[in-house]
Design a binder for this molecule. Sequence first.
Ligand SMILES: Cc1ncc(COP(=O)(O)O)c(C=O)c1O
Length: 503
Amino acid sequence: MFSPTNTQMDMQIGLNQMDAAFEDFRQAYPAFDSTAKLDTLRATEYARLDQQGHIYLDYTGGGLYAESQLREHLELLSREVFGNPHSKNLTSMAMTQRVERARDYVLQYFRASPDEYMVIFTQNSTGALKLVGESYPFEPGGAYLLTFDNHNSVNGIREFARAKGAAVTYIPVIPPDLRADAEILERALEAGGRGRNNLFAYPAQSNFTGVQHPLDWIAQAQAKGWDVLLDAASFAPSNRLDLSLWHPDFVDISFYKIFGYPTGTGCLLARKTAMQKLQRPWYAGGTITFSSVVANDHYLTPGPAGFEDGTVNYLSLPAVEIGLRFMESVGIDLIHTRVLCLTGWLIDQLLSLRHSNGAPLIRLYGPANTHMRGGTVQVNFFDQDGRLFDCNDMERLANEERISLRAGCHCNPGAREVALGFTREDLIPCFRDKDHLTFEQFLHVIDGKTTGALRASIGLATTFADVYKYVRFAETFMDHQVADLLEPQTSRMGGNGYAALSD
Ligand SMILES: Cc1ncc(COP(=O)(O)O)c(C=O)c1O
């Protein structure tokens, strides 16, 4: 079984070589020099990465927190006495005030006017998307339109749409860049039933390819009578989302993706006009001003609280304000510049790697330049004969170098299917008679259909050395055969296997 050893890697890495590469990089991406502040932060706020030799390249999975965020939050919790909000006792009111401060700060951070938008705290982006999906007044004659390139939490809304009789339509993405087909989109928007409730959902940035889909689509769709759900989960961590310029009806955010801590909090930013359309399918503690068992009715609390089921994650919410203030102190435009420079260089380097017979080492899924894309670099590795290195094996081998990459489909089956060339004919059989399959039969039908890709994603604390080490790691596969990598892999399907197959 082939595996580059640490010593081999260390020898290859050689500091001089890295310095020379860095100089070339600076020449090619001169804007990088303006982001030197982030190298300082890496050494102070994110020192744990280098202390432990981690090369973290999974920012689309989750952002990393600065140490000062933790200290500030802990200091606040140690100092104050906070009770459950939603009451008029002192400790409850103190907490309510902090929760509302955090809500206001979110609006301010995204430059959203409080007259236009409200912030509903959720557990994560998925929670925000579900709130929209379950409450949107889908109807026969109406439509749910979405791009192939979408996270499963956006795809999943189609179940609500179908249940209420709305048409579900997908806009294809076109290889090799995997951008959405603008003409088909234009026609689909035009075809939306006037006078009906129509929802169009797309990601501002793909979590699979890094493609940034145009924000112009928001106004374009709204002009044709559509409500727009913009999934900003993977866009917000390194791009400015300015809601004074763009006016999507609904935006979902996971805060941990932006600043790492706390997990378990996200939000739905929603236009007040669009909120009026939503019909909650139920109510819960915290969402009502008055309800009666004997009279069998309730009043929903107006505003965000009507959508925040039960007790919000209240002790975490001050940390959202702390995180956003930290982001402001760094500067999202600086982060953006940094991420694009490193992404551009990483793509250039990976694409230049060739086996000695001239065959390319990697295939990139997504744009090969930095135009309208973010810091997500999705590839598969191939040997000289064009055989695919399993991305799960690559992830495992990267672990041996302490490089955190992510293998799989990344909850984006549409982008994966187009990227890897899976057709409807390939996949329909996987779902035939699905309720009666044994686990063994299930494994048989999906065999070969779960192939994914290897994602590197760049963020706030990424340095040149991180991407450089990934490239050096990639080089060690040149002129190696897939067979060199193989070892008995029965453990990947461990347990009942379903977890290992999670999409
Ligand atoms: C584009 C996109 N949308 C939605 C989500 C869902 O986020 P969460 O799992 O935090 O709910 C993710 C998570 O990776 C994502 O990348």
